[in-house]
Design a protein around this ligand. Structure first.
Ligand code: ADP
Ligand code: MG
Length: 216
């Protein structure tokens, strides 16, 4: 489903990722662990084709980075849900509108939009807050809205870049539980974190990254 073949990418400064081989299969849950600056966000950017390898190639749900065209981006992005440390919600729109926004842009039917938004809101336990503005929610709740938004197109994989980085331990744990539930329902998850503590004792697959290279 996601395959990276000897992928290297470096910024003008020389930093980036080097010689990465990685395969993620449907429904898998993978932690990407490494210190700040190790290349975690870069690796995620390569997977959602925000940046392209300078050598090697990537295949995501049939899209090959070597044959990729700009006009494929919306189709690829519908198959990939993404969440970030800082939530990236639209602060001038309600919770409900944050979620329906993507669907309006892609021309989904009105009845479907409402049904799907309510479904993902229920999945993250925020149906009752759908008319609130993001600023009226706690950090943990805002991240749950971001998760709902990421799921509304029923992606094959959810990429999570330090999703608990701004949250207290209780809210962070909530997020991990929600990600778990989503994964059990069949969505693959790749979650980047610098926190060894967070994954201590986990039985999930762990991929370690250091100085741009995967280490086993
Ligand atoms: P992580 O997410 O693990 O903290 P990143 O992938 O963001 O690491 O960064 C990997 C390396 O690439 C770091 O040394 C970082 O400073 C550098 N880097 C990241 N983004 C850029 C950029 N846009 N321009 C130049 N260097 C960058
Ligand atoms: Mg990062």
């Amino acid at each position: 489903m996601i395959n990276l073949y000897n992928v290297s990418f470096s910024y003008p400064t020389g930093e980036g990722v080097k010689g990465v081989n990685l395969q993620i299969t449907p429904g898998e849950f993978v932690y990407l662990i490494g210190p700040s600056g190790a290349g975690k966000s870069t690796l995620l950017k390569l997977i959602y084709m925000d940046v392209f390898p300078q050598s090697g190639h990537i295949v995501v749900n049939g899209y090959n980075s070597l044959k990729f065209k700009k006009r494929y981006i919306p189709y690829l992005r519908r198959k990939i849900g993404i969440i970030f440390q800082d939530f990236k919600l639209l602060n001038d729109r309600s919770v409900f509108e944050n979620i329906t926004f993507v669907l309006q842009v892609t021309g989904t039917k009105r009845g479907d939009i409402k049904k799907r938004a309510l479904k993902v809101l229920a999945e993250v336990g925020l149906s009752h807050k759908r008319n609130k503005m993001p600023q009226q929610l706690s950090g943990g709740e805002q991240q749950r809205v971001a998760i709902a938004r990421a799921l509304v197109n029923e992606p094959i994989i959810l990429l999570a870049d330090e999703p608990t980085g701004n949250l207290d331990p209780v809210a962070a744990n909530d997020i991990l539980n929600i990600l778990d539930k989503i994964n059990v329902k069949g969505t693959a998850i790749l979650m980047a974190t610098h926190s060894d503590k967070l994954v201590q004792g986990t039985r999930k697959r762990i991929v370690n990254i250091m100085n741009g290279k995967l280490i086993s």
